[in-house]
Design a protein around this ligand. Structure first.
Ligand SMILES: Nc1ncnc2c1ncn2[C@@H]1O[C@H](COP(=O)(O)OP(=O)(O)O)[C@@H](O)[C@H]1O
Ligand SMILES: [Mg+2]
Length: 378
């Protein structure tokens, strides 16, 4: 290692969506150059990068040329073929590395890792074929949820099983290997977004509270408003997972909080997370700047949150009756608007978000919700 990567260096980002865009914005503000690689052109991240490489992730020749043009590589999307990451790693530092990526990009591998390392998870069984679904249902019980092992996000590839008779329909709606997981009757969903530096330093934003709509994140509120012991446990579990996975960068651990005050790990995202978007306005250093600092081998920034914050996602559904009323949302005190520059506002597609800060979490939530509702006059 030859010291940290300083401003002027070029950061390579795999993936070109909104997470890469906000990372690129943070990087360019600090004087770094950004190259993105994804199969897309004119992408949310590509449009504000110095160079957009458009090629399938499987194209190793392009991956090598990309690696030679940058000083370090990180990702904003975890479904990158391990062969590509290995190839990149032989040319340039990739942070977080292969271990974090391969463990988290497959739900079964991720859950087996978590259970094996002693982190609390909901009961689950591997479901490699139709026959094993019946035995898995017997073992796990109903209700349960069947999830594809690979390539799932925003609730895609998930089917709830309420009775054993649902098995056929659930299996037929699936492509390939799956995991059956017990349904968790949670009291709240929490997440911890945190960053681990190259030197093993660790900084976090505490636990935040997430609510989902149709399995898609709808609202994040910081702080979560949970007892200090529960928050401490969520943070120490997060640190433990980051260390086991040797994460360097910003990542997120999602939790279910059950009625008895017990935490279960739901999943790990080895990249900045939607539930950390509020840190752009709501914390001294954003999750994206932290990612950059970690990837560059720089000291991590201050994660202090001056006051409560809330973040409301803006999905494509808001465009159903034409262009949303932006001035109305911006008239809400303290509302900050983020739009990702996606061309097609499809239903369920994350198009942007609104962040608000206020003296209490309730007030921040009320303003974020009000700003979003005012977009459609509802
Ligand atoms: N076992 C479960 N019990 C209850 N709700 C669940 C369960 N698994 C998933 N969900 C709900 O679906 C959401 C998305 O599921 P998750 O496993 O996090 O997949 P994704 O990769 O799509 O984010 C969760 O945040 C939660 O609201
Ligand atoms: Mg999730």
């Amino acid at each position: 290692m030859s010291g940290p990567l300083l401003p002027g260096a070029t950061i390579g980002v795999l993936g070109s969506g909104q997470l890469g865009r906000m990372l690129a914005l943070a990087a360019r503000r600090m004087g770094y150059k950004v190259h993105v690689l994804s199969p897309d052109t004119d992408s949310p991240a590509g449009r504000i990068s110095n160079r957009e490489w458009a090629s399938p992730y499987e194209d190793l020749e392009t991956a090598r040329n990309f690696a030679r043009s940058v000083d370090a590589v990180t990702f904003e999307f975890e479904n990158i073929p391990p062969e590509t990451v290995e190839e990149l790693s032989s040319i340039v530092p990739v942070r977080p590395g292969l271990r974090a990526l391969t463990t988290t990009q497959n739900r079964l591998r991720e859950k087996e890792f978590l259970r094996g390392a002693g982190f609390p998870v909901a009961p689950f069984r591997a479901v490699p074929d139709r026959a094993s679904l019946d035995t898995a249902i017997e073992a796990v019980g109903v209700p349960a949820v069947l999830k594809t092992a690979g390539f799932g996000y925003d609730g895609k590839g998930q089917t709830r099983i309420s009775t054993p008779e649902d098995a056929d329909a659930a299996w037929n709606g699936l492509a390939g290997e799956a995991v059956l997981e017990a349904w968790v009757d949670f009291e709240a969903e929490l997440s911890v977004v945190a960053t681990r530096g190259l030197d093993g330093s660790f900084a976090h934003y505490g636990a935040v509270r997430n609510t989902h709509d149709r399995h898609i994140l709808d609202l994040t509120v910081a702080p979560a408003g949970i007892p200090a012991e529960v928050e401490d446990e969520a943070v120490s579990t997060t640190l433990g997972i980051f260390e086991e996975l040797e994460i360097v960068g910003t990542s997120c651990v999602e939790f279910f909080l059950t009625g008895g005050g017990k935490l279960l790990v739901n999943e790990v995202a080895p990249r900045p997370h939607n539930s950390g978007h509020w840190t752009i306005e709501g914390a001294a250093t954003s999750q994206f700047e932290q990612q950059l600092r970690a990837v560059c081998g720089l000291p991590l920034g201050d994660t202090h949150r001056p006051e409560p914050a809330a973040m409301a996602n803006l999905l494509g559904d808001l465009w159903a009756r034409g262009e949303p009323d932006w001035p109305a949302a911006l008239a809400v005190p303290g509302a900050s608007l983020h739009l990702y520059g996606k061309k097609e506002p499809r239903p369920g597609r994350k198009m942007g978000h609104i962040t608000t800060r206020a003296r209490t979490p309730e007030e921040a939530t009320r303003r974020a919700t009000e700003a979003r509702e005012s977009l459609t006059g509802s």
